[in-house]
Design a protein around this ligand. Sequence first.
Ligand code: LX5
Length: 640
Amino acid sequence: MSFSTLVAILASALACAAQTTVVVNGTASHNIPETLWGLMFEDISHSGDGGLYGELLQNRAFQEVTPGTVAALAAWTPVGGASIAVIADSTPLSSALPNALQIIVPDGVAGVGNMGFWGINVNASWTYNASFFFRFPDTLPSSDVTATASLVSASGGTVFASANVSLSPTADWTQVFTTLTPSASAPDTLNNFTVTFKDFSGTINTALFSLFPPTFMGQENGMRADIAQALLDLGPSFFRFPGGNNIEGNTIATRWQWNNTVGPLTSRPGREGTWSYINTDGLGLYEYLVWIELMGMQPIMAIWSGFSLGGQTVANSPDALAPYIEQARQQIEFVVGNTSTPGGALRASLGHPEPFTLNFVEVGNEDQFAPSTYLYRWPAFMNALQPLFPDIRFLATTFIFNPVLGPTPQSYDSHMYDTPDWFAKNSIMYDGFLRNGTTYFEGEYAAISVNPSDLFGTPANGRFTFPTMNGSVGEAAFMMGLERNADIVFAASYAPLLGHVTQNQWTPNLLAFDAGAVIKSTSYYVQQMFSLNRGDAYLPSTRADPSGTLFWSVVQQNAPPAFIIKLANTGADAANVTFQLPAAVKGAARLVQISGNPTDSNTPESPDKVVPVTSSVDAGQDMVVAAPGFSVSVVTVPIA
Ligand code: LX5
């Protein structure tokens, strides 16, 4: 078949594609809030430890493990005939870090190795900061002992970097530091960090190891650069943290506690996270806040609200609730208190005397799972905190107006996980909401399965492992509904944000990653297309049929002046949509379009299977947008 014949067929196919006309109103119905598009984060699927948080060593401080067990040695292996065990040190490094890794070193070169979080990325252009604490518990060596820190291939065959540090003969905990600059980059991430000893045989106790590559924007104790950059490329306005379920804890004792996450790492005990692994809390409240500022975002910070996932709930009495309300008050004071307050003074001592920005505080997470107790927990927290922090908007986390809470929440956080079809059909979800001053945060949403009767099931039953094109198009239709209702919906974030490709407690995730790569999903690109083209004001237009396959929104951008058209086609058939714009336009329009087969996903094997394509198209006041099947298009049309 000749090329010209093929073009002719395609042209006729598009020519006979469904024609739809949308009339766009020139008068904006509402502004697009600056906060509309942002990020939801919690430590799930190793998105924190082993993900965003820059630390490369897994189980670095033996937190929350049972000494003497194999499990306590997770990620650690002996090298060169050494024998290793986690012990409860008789002279602990700190009360927060009671455990140590005891190494019995035979003659010869021997020590210990760490596999990282399922691999270590060895990059020759990076200098790594390594450190650990040591002490000699028994006989002191007669002279300094040489320890060698190295980056080696897991097979042990290649040493990419090594550096010696001198250990003085002491029974007191002493921290040593060194840097490692690989002579070459490793071909893969199957690499270990090792610490070996030579000219020494005997017992040495070690603790709180650390290995950091260069972090995002050089933040101390900061974030993994490639993941943080991928998030920055979304142009996010806010960062919801630390959860999600992970703030709730499985028990009251294992809830997230801000004060256990600030100050020196030696004072951070870590905790049993809600997603079946230990959180080191190296990524603590201060690190979050500094990073959020570096990213140009603002926090939507959660406080623990008296309910834990396992069902334990603080009793309905002022005495019972008081310590938790006080802990929340101190958390907020740490963020915004002036330096004459204990919290503000602590923040200043860590290097940030200025209060951080904090406009939104979420009271708990998904308290729709404990509505009857939220009836007393919400007022208990609100009546105590709102008068102290009058400029902060507190968000309720039960279902909207169910139960009816007092004081009436100014805002609610609502979560949605469903099928692509549900999201398209429910793009009108907020259309009928009362405009009574209450505003809404769509704090978690994602198309997660094609099986409405078993949404949270397995991939065999329709659950997505990675976002799919039809899921992302459904989300886009839903997001257009959020734009249309952005007079009452002030923020929205896909969830979960990040998941390690082999360590998932939940799928799909917006970004998948492993030790060496970040995989941007189809939903990532849709989020990016909306966030980077959010506009300043919403222009009402002809209503789309929620049970149809075409969904659109038009916003106006002030600088440079432009109409921004968004069009989602959730059907298989291509379609042409003509947008009758309310003013003259000029020059060329920019089209950003993503399309693919409905089940297409970006995966570790094919990370760029579906990516947006940017092109230039003729601008016209009657702007025709050609939408392939299963596509999302964003067209920026300059206003004359
Ligand atoms: C969901 C909702 C995944 C999690 C919760 C978050 O994003 O932590 O807030 O968990 S769920 O559906 O099991 O409650």
